[in-house]
Each structure stands twice: as structure tokens, then as C-alpha cells.
Write a protein that binds this ligand. Structure first.
Ligand code: FES
Length: 182
């Protein structure tokens, strides 16, 4: 008699410990200065954000943004000078176009383009910087973890399970260390 086939349950994200990780590319002249000012004024904002100092948002290439997602960011925020205020003239306008193009690409590959956002600030707009960070964190909380990291975690989990099963098969009287039983 053949044993009943067990249906595999779909992978579940590790939501119990999950906190959104957000990379914020901030241009040197305005957004980074606004972030700095927020820190100097002791304004509170979520610790989920990792600020990356960029010379100008126009210098943040697609590869940088994609690398952030590939390396586990759940969201990316591009923060630059106000329109018309870019110190490299049109850097932030080029960045805006790039962001729009990339959002469509992220939609196409199932990553959800809403994970990538852009904002424009002056150096004095610390409260706006804090507000944008809070909004981004909330948005990413609603969207959930980056699907790329869920897939990677599932693959890692399955390979660990396979390793434990293989060890038990080879040495049935020993408990593998990786099983975590002391
Ligand atoms: Fe700030 Fe270009 S220098 S966006």
C-alpha cells in the first residue's frame, strides 16, 4: 500500500521576528543634511532605516538600488534636493525618471514597485524627513517582507532540514549538532 501523499505547505515568512529593513539613499546637500538635522534636534524616527550617503540622487544607479533589494532590503527610499534645487542641476530629475522606470520593472518581476519611493527635501526639512521615514516604514510593514529574502530563507531552511535528515540517516544513533538539541 502506498502511503498517503503529504501536501507541502507554502513557505511562510518569519513574520514573528520580522522588522522592515529600509535603505535610504540620501543626497549629500539636502536629504543627508535634513537627516543630520533631525538627529541633532533629537527627533525620533524608526531605527529600521539605514542611511547611505550619496553625492546626488542622480548618482544612485539602478544597480545600487537592485543590490539593496538583493541584499535583503524590504524597501528603498531615495531622498534628494527639492526639484530645481539639485546641486548638479538635473540629478534629482534624472533620479525621478529612473525610479519610475525601476518601479515598473519591480512590478514586472513580482517585487512590487511600491517598495521603491522617492522624496525631495531641503536641508532644513528635518520634520519632513522624519515623516517620510515613518510613512515608508508603515508602507513596507503593510507590504510585508521582501519576497527575495523569503525565498532565500526558505531555501536555507530546506537545505538545513535536508542536512539534518541526511546526518540522521548516516548516523542514526547520534543527534546532529545542527538540530539544536543539547
Ligand atoms: Fe541633491 Fe542632486 S545634489 S539631489
Amino acid at each position: 500500500m502506498t502511503p498517503p501523499t503529504q501536501e507541502k505547505s507554502p513557505p511562510t515568512p518569519p513574520t514573528h521576528t520580522w522588522e522592515p529593513k529600509i535603505v535610504a539613499f540620501c543626497c549629500n546637500y539636502c536629504a543627508y543634511a535634513a537627516a543630520d538635522l533631525a538627529g541633532a534636534k533629537r527627533m525620533q524616527y524608526p531605527a529600521n532605516i539605514r542611511v547611505v550617503h550619496a553625492p546626488c540622487t542622480g548618482k544612485v544607479e539602478m544597480e545600487h538600488i537592485l543590490a539593496a533589494f538583493e541584499n535583503g532590503a524590504d524597501g528603498v527610499l531615495i531622498a534628494g534636493c527639492l526639484e530645481g534645487g539639485c546641486h548638479f542641476q538635473e540629478g534629482n530629475l534624472r533620479a525621478r525618471k529612473r525610479v519610475e522606470r525601476l518601479r515598473r520593472m519591480l512590478d514586472d518581476i513580482g517585487l512590487d514597485g511600491r517598495r521603491l519611493t522617492m522624496t525631495n527635501l531641503s536641508a532644513a526639512m528635518a520634520p519632513t524627513f522624519v515623516q517620510r521615514v515613518q510613512e515608508t516604514v508603515q508602507l513596507i510593514r503593510d507590504l510585508g517582507p521582501n519576497p527575495l529574502t523569503i525565498r532565500a530563507a526558505t531555501v536555507r531552511e530546506r537545505s538545513n532540514e535536508a542536512h539534518v535528515a541526511a546526518t540522521v540517516r548516516e548516523r542514526p544513533n547520534t543527534v546532529p549538532e545542527s538540530a539544536g538539541i543539547k
